[in-house]
Design a protein around this ligand. Structure first.
Ligand code: ADQ
Length: 481
């Protein structure tokens, strides 16, 4: 079995306590332990004169290789191009996309530095798996250094429609760099369709029917691999958490009221203020709910140095304050809004204690909270997932009550429906969702991606025969605009 090299913007610190490690980190570590290998990325530290070589910590068969960045790189590569250009663009928020050429230069430079660090550690047969939008040009940089290994990329966030992507100056460079991967994984079929639509429109490239596009002597397979969660272990955690004093205290404090839960990083893509407004509308439409339902919104701050995140923080606090001021009573706070992170077990227990899981992003690659909420439910008396149709998870979780986050009243009515849903319907909907989660847990996801990546060079000869391209449609020579 080939060794595995995982690359992501951040690498977990193997020496830090890991009670908060999410399913993705656990699954990647599992794959690394199985194959042996290296996890390389940013240490999270900013220093004036970072070493070119990563700090390496070995734990069993896995080496954690952590690179520092300069403060300017953090500002321009991370806060700038990654989080003020690619993040809003990929979430179809052109109004928030702030393109600056110096930030693009820093983004490319950091990718080049990562590529040099990886190339120095690489063996011929290693599989390389790169994660997320911070690292799109990494394969191109590695190829420039002569690396011939199989390199796969997984895009955790949505891939936008071609019209949106082409609003990015130098979008073609970004996509050309993407095509240097052997395998590009997206969350949903719709995301993959958006990328194919771009490739066809801009370059005249088409899939050979198996998701492979090619040009000159290279080829790239594009496919969707919906990410999952650690389904059974998370369900077990939730069962155990029901007995924990922390969760019991919270359920007792509800005094028999129903609970709605929302759990999100504080991010404008998650639609938190609009969700609170829908909760306000719900009480407005049904005043009988006064003092009968509590909405707990758990939202740790993220990316606080990016101005749009300070704005969303204000908007969420203001909306929660308005709703609580308007409907609250001395003995009832309609919205409990907390800005902190919880450990996995506490979170699992809170999901289980909630009658409704409210997940209403405007756009989301997948949304793992939706899946965690389902996994945490009591199979004999499950709560109801109310889910935005624009979350990647909506393509799989057919048992959810789907909502349009742009429609405040529609969301309010759907929450009411979820709160009043009879047990039989709750059971039927939950079972549909649970089965999807069992079939596609995160370890299955990781293995499926890696097997596809391993296969990607084996079928190379076959691909060359299958390409649907003509000489005037060749990538790089046939810009139609
Ligand atoms: P995120 O945008 O971060 O991920 P999501 O998929 O919901 O969104 O994952 C968030 C994770 O953080 C969940 O595991 C959740 O439990 C955890 N979390 C959130 N709030 C927390 C809190 N207060 N305390 C503790 N943990 C908390 C990106 C993409 C998603 C995609 C994932 C994975 O934006 O669309 O699903 O990557 O590919």
């Amino acid at each position: 079995m080939s060794r595995l090299i995982v690359v992501s913007n951040r690498v977990p610190d193997p020496q830090a306590g890991r009670t908060r490690a999410g399913g993705l980190a656990v699954a990647l570590e599992q794959a690394l332990k199985l194959r042996g290998g290296i996890w390389l990325g940013w240490s999270g530290e900013a220093v004036d004169d970072p070493s070119i070589e990563p700090k390496i910590t070995e734990v069993g068969a896995v080496a954690y290789a952590r690179l520092d960045l300069t403060p300017e790189e953090v500002q321009e590569y991370y806060n700038g191009f990654s989080n003020r250009v690619l993040w809003p663009l990929m979430h179809t928020r052109l109004d928030l996309t702030e393109f600056a050429r110096n930030e693009l230069a820093a983004y490319l430079a950091v990718n080049r530095r990562f590529a040099q660090a990886i190339a120095a550690l690489l063996r011929d047969d290693d599989l390389v798996w790169i994660h997320d939008y911070h690292m799109i040009p990494l394969a191109a940089e590695l190829r420039r250094l002569g690396v011939k290994n199989r390199i796969g990329y997984f895009h955790h966030i949505p891939w936008p429609a071609p019209d949106i992507l082409t609003a990015l100056p130098r979008h073609d460079d970004l996509v050309k760099a993407l095509l240097e991967y052997d395998l590009v994984g997206l969350q949903t079929e719709a995301d993959a369709d958006n990328l194919f639509a771009y490739l066809t429109r801009e370059y005249g490239l088409r899939s050979n029917g198996r998701g492979v596009v090619g040009w000159d002597d290279r080829s790239c397979r594009v496919a969707h691999f919906p990410i999952g969660i650690e389904t059974e272990p998370f369900a077990k955690r939730a069962r155990r958490a029901g007995r924990a004093s922390f969760v019991r205290e919270i359920t007792e404090s509800l005094m028999g009221r129903k609970m709605i839960i929302g759990v999100d990083r504080l991010d404008y893509s998650k639609g938190v203020p609009e969700r609170m407004a829908a909760f306000e509308k719900l009480i407005e439409l049904d005043p009988d709910l006064v003092n009968k339902v509590t909405y707990l919104q758990i939202t740790p701050r993220s990316r606080s140095e990016v101005p749009e995140y300070a704005q969303i923080e204000r908007a969420v606090s203001e909306t929660a304050g308005r709703v609580n001021g308007r409907f609250g009573e001395a003995n009832w706070t309609p919205i409990r809004y907390v800005n902190r992170a919880y450990g996995r077990t506490a979170l699992a227990g809170l999901y289980r204690a909630a009658d409704v899981g409210l997940v209403t992003p405007f756009r989301d690659g997948m949304n793992l909270v939706a899946k965690e909420y389902v996994a945490a439910q009591n199979p004999d008396n499950p709560g109801v997932l109310v889910l935005s149709r624009f979350a990647g998870a909506a393509a799989e979780l057919e048992g959810a009550v789907l909502v349009n986050p742009y429609d405040c009243e529609g969301m309010a009515r759907s929450i009411a429906k979820a709160l009043n849903m009879p047990l039989e319907e709750r059971l039927a909907r939950w079972r549909i969702n649970w089965e999807r989660l069992v079939d596609n847990s995160i370890d299955v996801w990781a293995e499926t991606f890696l097997v596809a990546l391993e296969d990607s060079q084996l079928s190379f000869a076959g691909r060359l025969l299958g390409f649907m391209k003509s000489s005037d449609q060749r990538f790089g020579h046939s810009h139609r605009r």
